[in-house]
Design a protein around this ligand. Structure first.
Ligand SMILES: [Zn+2]
Length: 302
């Protein structure tokens, strides 16, 4: 089933690109397109539509999430037009792991953000464990066990109550050409949502059945809650951590996470390794940004 879904999704995107190119070429009346028989154009569009239909039939819940994400963003856009949201978290958080991890994605401004255009994930972070040269695995990159952060403890980032756990995804495979494994039931993979007063933290891509806590249980800052994995929309094992103003993953404003008692150390090889511009962030004591090694004060550093 995994192979079949990956083939169908691959065909869908390929023929989606062909369809868009043909549409653009026709719009701008490029002469080469006039020579393509109408039957070929129909074939391209039909393959795209049929592969999309097959994808919807084979993974309906995931497809529904894609639409929910879109409509959640529309909802937030309209709400935020009426009232400018407060984007700052009022709670102080700890990093949700032991020792030192690399902040690979995330920041508090557009340039460094995890995904600025997705309001619900604007201030999210992706954390990897790497060596000092920012390598996140040893030897064979297609084996999850070879990633330094795989199966490592995930800790509660602050005191709170567990309000939601998702635990129905197997691990995603590491794919070639930086593609994402299409075989998944949830964008988040396995995840946990913790309520901290009026804010909600979410940690995603957890290993199935690795949860140490249950829904309704009170957790303490630093408590072991699960293990880091590669479930859901994940290119390699990592922790995705975000805080939002509401419990809905798709329709809540993302909050700038206010960290307390953290160490930050610039990762010299980050920009080269991840083909990104060096971070423009200047540490201010409570926020973090991509391109830094981060740890909670009092935990050992590599
Ligand atoms: Zn992420």
């Amino acid at each position: 089933m995994r192979v079949l879904i990956n083939i169908i999704v691959g065909v869908k995107w390929l023929f989606c690109i062909f369809s868009v190119l043909i549409a653009l070429a026709r719009t701008f009346r490029l002469p080469a397109v006039n020579n393509i028989p109408a039957s070929v154009v129909s074939f391209v569009v039909m393959v795209f539509l049929l592969s999309w239909l097959a994808e919807i039939i084979l993974r309906p819940k995931f497809t529904l999430q894609v639409f929910m994400q879109f409509f959640g963003e529309v909802y937030l856009f309209i709400c935020n037009l009426k009232k400018k949201p407060n984007n700052n978290s009022a709670i102080e958080y700890s990093l949700p792991f032991e020792d030192e991890w690399l902040v690979v994605n995330g920041g508090i401004d557009k340039e460094n953000s995890h995904s600025w255009d997705i309001q619900a994930q604007r201030y999210a972070y992706d954390f990897f464990i790497t060596d000092k040269h920012c390598n996140s695995y040893k030897e064979n990159k297609y084996k999850l066990e070879n990633y330094y952060c795989y199966n490592q403890p995930i800790l509660a980032p602050a005191d709170g109550v567990v309000v939601e756990i998702g635990n129905r995804c197997r691990e995603s495979n590491i794919m070639r050409f930086s593609l994402l494994d299409a075989y998944k039931k949830d964008i988040r993979g396995n995840y946990i949502v913790i309520k901290h007063e009026d804010e909600y933290s979410l940690i995603a891509h957890i290993i199935k059945d690795s949860f140490n806590v249950k829904v309704g249980e009170a957790v303490k800052r630093g408590q072991l809650i699960a293990k880091c994995g590669n479930s859901g929309n994940s290119s390699e094992p990592h922790i995705h951590f975000q805080v939002a103003a509401g419990s809905s993953f798709f329709a809540s404003n993302s909050l700038k996470i206010n960290f307390k008692n953290i160490n930050l150390k610039l990762a010299q090889d980050y920009a080269n390794k991840y083909k990104r511009k060096p971070t423009s962030f200047a540490p201010d004591g409570s926020h973090i940004s991509r391109g830094f090694f981060a740890s909670n004060k009092g935990t050992s550093c590599q």
